[in-house]
Ligand binder design. Structure first.
Ligand SMILES: *Cc1c(COP(=O)(O)O)cnc(C)c1O
Length: 413
């Protein structure tokens, strides 16, 4: 096995068609698509009987451990179109002390902060940009709260595709700078992410670029679903009891749910599923509101605000897919206040040495709240998703001064 087998070996591919997630209407594979004619996300479908013969446990055991090991369940046809920056499988890290304080038997974090560009957006954008390359796209635009733009910039530059990124005004400075540093043209816009998205949509309609907004093209989901495939394999072809997922556009939650169904069809897991929990911030919780009210779609959240910028999404195109997965899995949607998010980050870092991003902190705060409210039990195997490295976010200054001239009381330091 060579380190780059997954990136260079041609594999048989099994995409049969794409399908409207609302109406089931079929669309041809290997063509450029945005939303379906019903204005809904398109889902990629595979000949799963074919995949079953090719993507076996034995085949997987002989491949490097990155997200491209799932090639038969991915849309890219030709190895030459794979655009990769080293999407290694991310580790599962236990929060032993925090878990013990909460009284949970097992509290695990899938730490997606280890991916290229420091967030799990790398999975989705590596896939979407690879497909854009395969389908001959020359210019891409996208709205972002930060991490998606950084990933688009990096993969776009690598693929030789021009990229334009629009961010809400209050996007963290580090994100705006990393996007530009990796070769995109980035603009701050005096609006929220859906308003940036409207500008991108207008430009796409006028033929200036391809719109790579969350769920408005079919392939980011396919990249994000590898989180679920990878998690099941890492747990010995089992799924956890509960997954807490910080939900903005919901690509990851929708993708993992799709991925679990595909694994079952391949005979790699059984019918068991984790309860999927959509975690949002109290300052922007459209999915929680819709879940509580039993709605199929969510309304636009007014005055969205939270420290967790990645989940500050007032309106999601895939709202009904998120709500469906949450309901079918027997899960729930839950909102946490910013103070609880910050306290959770602090506790995980100081007790267990794992620096979460704010959205990851939200999942920990949500798990604690869910336990308190009796929504999960102490015996549940719980997996949280930390979706970005904590290093991109502001940290409180707790340093102290020491004068080198002394006197220094070493014992008191
Ligand atoms: C994008 C993002 C999210 C939300 O992910 P979705 O799959 O779009 O819901 C959460 N956290 C961070 C850090 C993100 O960048």
């Amino acid at each position: 096995m060579n380190w780059n087998d997954n990136l260079t070996a041609e594999r048989v591919t099994f995409v049969t068609h794409l399908e409207c997630s609302m109406t089931g209407e079929r669309y041809a594979a290997d063509r450029l698509h945005g939303l379906s004619s019903a204005g809904r996300p398109l889902l990629v479908r595979y000949d799963l009987d074919g995949v079953r013969g090719a993507l076996t446990r034995e085949a997987l055991a002989n491949r490097p451990n990155d997200m491209w090991r799932w090639r038969e369940l991915l849309p890219v046809r030709r190895a030459a179109d794979v655009v990769s920056l080293g999407e290694a499988a991310t580790p599962i890290v236990s929060l032993a002390k925090v878990g013990a304080r909460l009284g949970l038997k097992e509290l695990l974090v899938k730490d997606e902060g280890r991916l290229p560009t420091g967030s799990f957006k790398a999975r989705g954008l590596a896939m979407a940009v690879s497909m854009a390359k395969e389908l001959g796209v020359a210019k891409i635009a996208m709205p972002t709260n930060g991490n998606a733009g950084a990933a688009l910039a990096a993969y776009g530059s690598r693929a030789g595709i021009e990229t334009i990124v629009l961010c809400p005004d209050d996007t963290p400075e580090i994100n705006v700078r990393e996007i530009a540093a990796q070769g995109a043209r980035v603009y701050r816009v005096d609006g929220l992410i859906d308003e940036c998205g409207a500008i991108v949509g207008e430009g796409a309609k006028a033929g200036h670029w391809f719109d790579l907004s969350t769920l408005k093209e079919p392939y980011r989901i396919e990249g994000k679903k590898t989180m679920g495939l990878e998690l099941a394999e890492q747990l010995g072809w089992r799924v956890p009891d509960v997954i807490f997922y910080p939900t903005g556009g919901g690509t990851g939650l929708i993708g993992m749910w799709k991925g679990f169904a595909e694994l079952e069809a391949l005979g790699l897991i059984g019918p068991e599923r984790p309860r999927m929990v959509a975690v949002q911030a109290e300052g922007c919780a459209p999915m929680v509101k819709a879940w509580q009210e039993g709605e199929e779609h969510a309304g636009r959240w007014q005055d969205a605000h939270t420290v967790a910028a990645g989940i500050r999404v007032p309106k999601a195109v895939g709202d009904f897919l998120i709500l469906r997965a949450v309901r079918e899995s027997g899960g729930f949607a839950i909102a946490v206040p910013d103070e609880a998010i910050l306290a959770a980050i602090d506790e995980a870092a100081r007790q267990d040495g794992l620096l979460l991003c704010p959205e990851g902190g939200a999942t920990l705060a949500a798990a604690a709240q869910a336990l308190e409210r009796g929504l999960i039990s102490r015996d549940d195997h719980v997996v949280l998703f930390n979706c970005a490295t904590g290093l991109k976010y502001p940290m409180p200054d707790r340093s102290r001064r020491l004068a080198k001239a002394g006197p220094i009381d070493h014992a008191a330091l």
